[in-house]
Design a protein. Sequence first.
Length: 81
Amino acid sequence: MKTIAQLTYIPLYTDHPKEQVQDLIEFVAQHDVEVDVNLLSTSIKGDTDVVFDLVREIYDEMTLEGQEFRFHVELLSPTKE
């Protein structure tokens, strides 16, 4: 079973939001998920455990870096692929 998550990361109080978003996309691309970058969000698709672990890892990493952000995660129903 594969899980699809749509991620929207919004850096707050920064002069370089595009760079921070690009860094996050590059971070996500290093994981074993399919990545689809759109204008306002990024979708990832992969094994359920991998997707949920990645969401947690993103959140933890941004928190450790002391950044202020909004991180929206929308989960779609799983597929049987």
